[in-house]
Write a protein that binds this ligand. Sequence first.
Ligand code: SF4
Length: 329
Amino acid sequence: MRCTELTEHVTNGTWRCDVCQWGCQLADGDIGRCLVRTGNGQGITILNDGMISAAQVSPIEDHRIWHAFPNAPILAIGGWGYAFPVDQQRGPYGQIPTDDRKNRRLDPDRAAQFALEQLCRGVVWKYSDPSVSHEYVLELLKLSRASSRFTAIVTSGYLTISALDEIGHYLDIMNLDLRAFEDGAYHQLAGITNWRDILKTTAHAYQRWNCHIEVTTQLHPQINDTDEQLKAMSHWICSTLGPQTAWHVLPGDNGAAATASVVRARKLGHEAGLKFIYSGDPNQNTLCPSCGTVVIERNEKRSRIVGLENGQCTTCSEKLSIRTSIFKR
Ligand code: SF4
């Protein structure tokens, strides 16, 4: 098994992992907070290396990326492991399976080749958290970019700036799972307190690496849906990532309260200046915020560009931050 390269020797036999923001210090036999890395006395072993939990060819919209490469077929792929303890308890991809039949391996070069063979225009790391599968994600992104596929990650944003700087050159799109905007709420929903570092990493992805960023927030009544948090989230997205950033606000459960929270979030987000806020309905069109022309038509089966040319609305020429080229700005 390979060892983590983003490490620092701390003391005799103990190494710090710099892949995600936990920064675990692991001696021989210690297991990281992610449960997928372990100290071996000489470094840190990657237990989930080369393992795949799920892979599927699907439209990019299925992964809540709505303002980049509309209707593009992509290879969605994921491994095992989450950075957040809450996800390890609830999520299906938290633990490496002990049953060998579920323990599938697929090297990054085979995954990139498979995307090509399936005529996918891009690859998206989804399902598990890319923050704790850094080495695999880096290789997959590099190989995919080398064959002119675009690349994306759906992420908690808990990777370190050092890890981001390794993948940034090869990363086109990031969908940030922004859980909350307050200490207690973030702790309840993710089990962390240093959530503001997620904002810094995301801003770095946008400013340093020109990544196209979309944000997704699941709203849980009385936890992360207070007016204060929704306003603060909206202001942060608007001022840091720009008013044209797509914000997907989804009900965290099936209750009427969560649906009402989504309606309120959209209202507050628009008041803060955000131009594109989507709920869970897959049939929402994208309208030009300036003249109201439909620029992307969307239904459950497909989406298509109908009013966009060279990045501008075909009716009023408003410049829209919708990504359709693999070339970065
Ligand atoms: S990936 Fe994160 S949680 Fe896992 S060992 Fe490294 S720092 Fe710890």
